[in-house]
Write a new protein. Structure first.
Length: 429
């Protein structure tokens, strides 16, 4: 496997990434700025005072190495700190600054989120830093931020301001920014439930060491069933990202093709940008040649082998359900009829079970108990089809959010045993 060259022009990459950040509601019309330093040393940056929800490629500004500016607008007023970061870190080629609500909350409390609640966030966010307050656009702000990056930080909270992250590409900087905000949101939600459980070094290492080993397969031409499932997975993974049920760096979705074959998301690819040809066919102990399957593929495989009526599986990290996963708070779905009918009783899976050969995780989900909370790792949901699994994931996250909100109002009242018995009779549960 070789890393492909990035052939997207900086104007287009900044425009597309800002559109995504704005669409995810991680910045405002006037807030935030993105930049790329190209191989020649020129810096491409979003403009000042232009609607972030309606950028065009011609709006992106280029500041040449000699300081001359090309473009129809002034560069972002925060250009000085972008330049200061690049001067302090030769390895950095992209910077993202914005004001996502969770990280802003931490910034005004003058705290930095602890990313050890979740292995992927800890890995992706890198080293964390904190920059003291200075006036936006000032040289002092640039000096404060650059000092934190010079000390090795990758993600920096700005006191009473927001966040800045850097990366070796705009794609990776975005993923870091998204994962950092996800960690912040999850911590805030979890604080409403109880004490947050953080991962120790051994647990983080265990997650980092996991891998899958499949032999290479040159599959025959795809039949109509496989083609349809590729399309469905592509559509629902993209929808899941846009509804914030999945994040770009983590989560896996699969669909059964045959008795011992299934399609699954690839590893280390941005989930929202997947195309139909990116999904990996697993057939027995072989995987489609030229592709790398999700590291959760063995867990998916074990569930399919154990439970023939399961036809789709999703591992995901929706914020509210993940908040339950990082605390000891019980997730009781006996709150509204739809929740119980769709989910039944949701089990809790001890941390790390899903990193093994898959046999253990198959004990926790089946057709009758289709969903489970994975300690410090989100949720797993199964279904009779791709649509069924996605629908259940939506219900799971909506229920989790409703329960968290209800706890801020009063005592959560679960439905009685008589009501549950009636639901079981009416819906043949």
């Amino acid at each position: 496997m070789t890393t492909s060259r990035n052939l997207i022009h900086p104007r287009d990459e900044i425009m597309q990434t800002m559109d995504r950040i704005y669409r995810y509601r991680m910045t405002t019309t006037s807030g935030g700025n993105l930049s790329i330093r190209d191989a020649s040393g020129d810096i491409w940056i979003s403009p000042a005072r232009v609607d972030k929800g309606n950028l065009s490629r011609r709006d992106i500004i280029c500041v040449r190495r000699d300081g001359t500016v090309e473009g129809p607008h002034p560069p972002s007023s925060e250009f000085p700190f972008h330049k200061a970061i690049y001067d302090a870190r030769p390895d950095v080629v992209s910077v993202v600054h914005a004001h996502p609500v969770a990280l802003v909350a931490f910034s005004i409390c003058r705290q930095t989120p602890n990313t050890r609640l979740f292995h992927q966030a800890h890995s992706v966010c890198g080293n964390l830093g904190f920059a003291p307050y200075a006036c936006p656009g000032s040289k002092q702000l640039g000096a404060n931020i650059a000092a934190s990056f010079a000390e090795g930080a990758d993600s920096v909270i700005l006191e009473n301001h927001g966040v800045v992250v850097a990366g070796d590409s705009l794609s990776n900087a975005f993923k870091r920014f998204e994962a950092f905000e996800f960690a912040g949101k999850t911590l805030i939600k979890a604080a409403a439930l109880g004490n947050v459980k953080l991962l120790d070094d051994h647990q983080l290492e265990r997650a980092a060491r996991r891998s899958v080993d499949f032999e290479s397969l040159d599959p025959p031409p795809a039949n109509a069933i496989e083609l349809e499932l590729r399309r469905q997975l592509c559509d629902f993974v993209r929808r899941g990202c846009r509804q914030r049920l999945l994040i770009s760096t983590e989560g896996s979705f699969s669909a059964r093709v045959g008795d011992d074959s299934f399609l699954i998301t690839p590893t280390q690819q941005d989930r929202e940008l997947l195309g139909v040809d990116d999904f990996v066919l697993i057939d027995g102990d072989r995987r489609e040649s030229g592709k790398l399957a999700s590291r959760a593929a063995k867990a998916h495989q074990a569930i399919y082998r154990r439970h023939p009526h399961v036809n789709a599986i999703v591992f995901a990290h929706p914020v509210n359900a993940t908040a339950f996963s990082v605390t000891d708070s019980e997730f009781d779905v006996r709150t509204i009829p739809e929740s119980y009918v769709f989910l039944r009783d949701v089990q809790r899976v001890p941390y790390g079970v899903q990193f093994g050969d898959g046999d253990q995780i198959a004990d926790y989900v089946n057709e009758k108990t289709p969903a489970a909370i994975l300690e410090n790792d989100g949720v797993i949901v199964t279904g009779r089809s791709v649509l069924d699994a996605f629908d259940r994931l939506e219900v799971l996250e909506s229920t989790a959010e409703a329960v968290i909100n209800a706890r801020s109002i009063g005592s959560v009242q679960a439905m009685s045993d008589d009501v549950i018995d009636e639901l079981c009779r009416e819906f043949d549960l």
